[in-house]
Design a protein around this ligand. Structure first.
Ligand SMILES: Cc1cc2nc3c(=O)[nH]c(=O)nc-3n(C[C@H](O)[C@H](O)[C@H](O)COP(=O)(O)OP(=O)(O)OC[C@H]3O[C@@H](n4cnc5c(N)ncnc54)[C@H](O)[C@@H]3O)c2cc1C
Length: 405
């Protein structure tokens, strides 16, 4: 039986898409250059709105089964001010809206891949995509995969999906990827133990960057430091602990919390990671998750974007496979759905990133949130993805918001 959908990359976007399509009865092949479980530099925070997407995949207990840690809000600090906001439970949207989760990426991503396989997906770990297969008219017909024995083999499919993350080669090969030069950042990530457990994630703003930290289970604390790449060039010592300690001077709350902490693995680095794409579909191929564009990890929404995109693309591919003559309309629907949900959120991320470069703006803003907890809750609930910026224009939203206090 020929492959209906070949998915390149088995992160949350690729694995969720694979499960949805395999459950719908399509022949799906999922590949990744890594062997699973694999880790990934990440804040390891799942926003509350991830939950309904897992439920829709028939995985309502995945987070409980994998020991995810309930996170109920966000402590935001920087430049001498601190405020805490909580995710609000909005009556008409269900109780999940009040809880996000900390979870190890190697655990979460592996569980999703296993769920895709359980639904009938054929998974090929350690198969790196090294090229696309194209027809003369440019239509993508499949991909060339390098197997563990080193032999590249073409694999044909009706649809080929680039779910290969923020540094997507598929997007580059298609010529649709553009790096956001002004957001030239890198991140360091590590796990600590012996850090006091709290049910709020922590974002500490620094000049041009931030720390993001979350408890991911009772004995594990995940820390990310994101800074302009210029700071790497100015670095005088090869010691990453000293580099991080230097940045912690401007995040005294977090420094205190980490005082007795023991780092469990070496710091891992990644970057740059701000990319946009000019389109996320072309004949025979589509992009999903970070491969379709990513801005920054400050608000911890990338996994939600991946799950949302996978759902929207899964619906479009199912329609396109059932009625090939209407494939272009289905893909147009995918592009529209993605833009409708993510454009405003990505714009908010860009504005936040610009604001962080202006401490004179951030300090009074955080102080305002400190004095006005309702505003802190609203900001945090927005970043939890259960409400959309356009909801703020609806009077019925404000009625529901007031009743959630
Ligand atoms: C520092 C940092 C912190 C973050 N913190 C958070 C957070 O706390 N919460 C949150 O929601 N999001 C966070 N994000 C964003 C989040 O990690 C991503 O948005 C999310 O992983 C996107 O999922 P994905 O499936 O699109 O890509 P990925 O998870 O990156 O998966 C892509 C997969 O493709 C595979 N691959 C790549 N190239 C190839 C190839 N050529 N052939 C085969 N396989 C390939 C990779 O091995 C990988 O498994 C963070 C990002 C960064 C950089």
């Amino acid at each position: 039986m020929p492959t209906d959908v070949l998915i390149l990359g088995a992160g949350p976007a690729g694995a969720a898409l694979a499960r949805q399509l395999a459950l719908a009865g399509f022949k799906v092949v999922l590949t990744d250059r890594a062997a699973f479980p694999r880790s990934k530099p990440c804040g390891e925070f799942l926003s509350p709105q991830c939950t309904p997407y897992l439920v829709a995949l028939g995985l309502p207990s995945l987070l409980a089964d994998t020991g995810a840690f309930a996170v109920r809000g966000l402590q935001l600090g920087g430049f001498g001010a601190q405020a805490t906001g909580h995710f609000r439970a909005l009556p008409e949207r269900g109780p999940h809206t009040a809880i996000g989760y900390g979870i190890r990426r190697e655990v979460f991503d592996h569980a999703l891949v296993q769920a895709a396989v359980a639904a009938g997906t054929q998974f090929l770990p350690r198969h790196e995509c090294v090229d696309l297969v194209r027809a003369e008219d440019g239509r993508v017909l499949g991909a060339v995969l390098r197997a563990p024995d080193g032999q590249p083999q073409p694999h044909l499919a009706t649809w080929t999906i680039g779910a290969d993350g923020v540094h997507s080669r598929v997007a580059r090969w298609l010529g649709v990827q553009r790096r956001l030069e002004w957001l030239d950042q890198f991140a360091l990530a590590a796990h600590f133990r012996n850090v006091p457990v709290r049910d709020t994630a922590n974002v500490q703003l620094l000049k041009g960057g931030f720390f993001a930290a979350t408890t991911v289970d009772e004995d594990l604390f995940s820390v990310n430091l994101v800074l302009p790449r210029q700071r790497l060039r100015e670095r005088t010592s090869p010691d990453w602990d000293a580099f991080v300690a230097d940045a912690l001077v401007d995040a005294p709350e977090l420094r205190e919390r980490l005082a007795a902490g023991e780092r469990l693995r070496p710091w891992r680095g990644t970057g740059p990671f701000a990319y946009a794409t000019t389109t996320c579909t072309l004949p025979g191929v589509a992009l999903v998750g970070d491969a379709a564009g990513y801005i920054d990890p400050m608000t911890g929404e990338g996994i939600y974007f991946a799950l949302f995109g996978a759902r929207a693309l899964g619906d479009a591919l199912a329609a396109a496979l059932h009625a090939p003559a209407d494939a272009e309309a289905a893909m147009r629907g995918y592009r529209r759905t993605l833009a409708g949900e993510l454009d405003a959120r990505k714009l908010a991320s860009k504005l936040l990133q610009r604001a962080v470069r202006r401490p004179w703006l951030v300090r009074p803003f955080v102080r305002l949130l400190q004095r006005w907890p309702g505003a802190a809750d609203l900001l945090v609930t927005l970043t939890g993805d259960t409400i959309h910026p356009r909801d703020l224009l609806r009077p019925s939203f404000w009625k529901s918001w007031r009743s959630s206090a």
